[in-house]
Design a protein around this ligand. Structure first.
Ligand code: PHE
Length: 341
């Protein structure tokens, strides 16, 4: 008798099968089931060892029978456990596809961008081209070609940010007039919108960075009346259809005559209130008829062509549209403020 033959005889196989079946049936998860399988059917199990030593047909049939039944029981138990696991997950991991999704907070356009778009739309409607020019300018484009006198105070580093002797952060969008005139033959209808820079202390009404929209129309027979009508169109787009426009004389180096357009105050409708400083009017910027000197500086014939130009602040427009008392609120990025517009 070999050692294995001895094992076959020494074990109560009926009890072995009972015990094994019970362990398989009791396994409450895949790990326990695997433990039972390895213990009763694995290579080192008593059954496997005994099977290796089987010499006679009878013990072979007995042990193989046990093995097959146990294997079937393991497979069966595996399926049951998988089914239970699936049921559990279906129960616990319920996804209700009919629930409304979580709303992500959507941002919105900054008030300056909003008025910028209103201005762009108003001028696109009139057939104007929208330009976007450089913010770093040469003295030539920021001052010389716009006919600023050599002694004009804006040329001083006290008023203007200089990079070096010949470059500044543009102090207005007016250099765009020169670029447009140099790039196209008239007729020209363009609006340039963007940032400008001045060495001002920050206060409720001034900020060293701000935005302007600049317009230039050059054609045959253009007059101040065209300017008035054009500005009225934009002011009504910005502030409503009831607005009126008036002109006050002024001075700019590159327009002659120069004017400052005012728009009637929408808060008091011209009667006078705090916003319009009790005048009934609100100042919009600068404008005028293009000075012949500017045309000569860019090689356009002032005998044939005439035009008007204007420049207005976008911050001013946003403040008036929304009654924002302090320009700093537009630059601080405080969402409690910006969410209101
Ligand atoms: N550039 C002038 C300013 O910033 C405004 C202006 C533009 C005046 C065009 C006349 C013509 O004050």
């Amino acid at each position: 008798m070999t050692e294995n033959e001895a094992t076959v005889a020494a074990v109560d196989w009926e009890a072995y099968e009972r015990e094994a079946s019970a362990a398989v049936a009791a396994a409450s998860g895949p790990t326990e089931l695997e433990d039972a399988r390895v213990g009763y059917l694995g290579r080192k199990s008593e059954l496997a060892q005994a099977l290796r030593g089987v010499r006679d047909r009878e013990s072979g049939m007995l042990l193989n029978g046990i093995r097959e039944r146990l294997e079937a029981a393991v497979t069966q138990r595996e399926r049951t456990l998988e089914g239970e696991e699936l049921d559990r997950r279906l129960r616990e991991e319920i996804v209700d596809v009919t629930l409304p999704g979580e709303r992500l907070p959507l941002g919105h356009l900054h008030p300056i961008t909003q008025v910028r778009r209103i201005v762009e739309d108003a001028f696109l409607g009139l057939g104007y081209e929208i330009r976007d020019d450089r913010e770093v300018e040469t003295l030539e484009y920021n001052f010389d070609k716009l006919a600023f006198a050599p002694t004009h105070p804006a040329r001083s580093p006290r008023d203007t940010f200089f990079f070096d002797e010949s470059h500044v952060l543009r102090t207005e969008t007016s250099p765009s007039q020169i670029h447009a005139l140099e790039e196209h033959e008239p007729p020209i209808y363009m609006v340039s919108i963007g940032r400008v820079y001045r060495r001002d202390a920050i206060t409720a009404t001034r900020y060293p960075i701000f935005h302007q929209f600049e317009g230039l129309a050059v054609d045959e027979g253009i007059t101040l009346a065209d300017l008035k009508g054009t500005l009225l169109h934009v002011m009504r787009a910005l502030y409503g259809p009831e607005r009126r426009i008036r002109f006050r004389t002024h001075f700019f180096p590159f327009t002659e005559p120069s004017i400052e357009p005012d728009v009637s105050c929408g808060i008091c409708d011209g009667a006078g209130c705090r916003t319009c400083k009790h005048t009934g009017w609100i100042e919009m910027g600068g404008a005028g008829v293009v000075d012949p000197q500017v045309f000569e500086n860019v090689g356009v014939d002032p005998e044939r062509w005439s035009g008007f130009a204007f420049g207005c602040g976008l911050e001013r427009a946003a403040q008036l549209r929304h009654d924002i008392p302090d320009i700093r609120l537009l630059w601080e990025g405080d969402l409690r403020v910006l969410r209101q517009f």
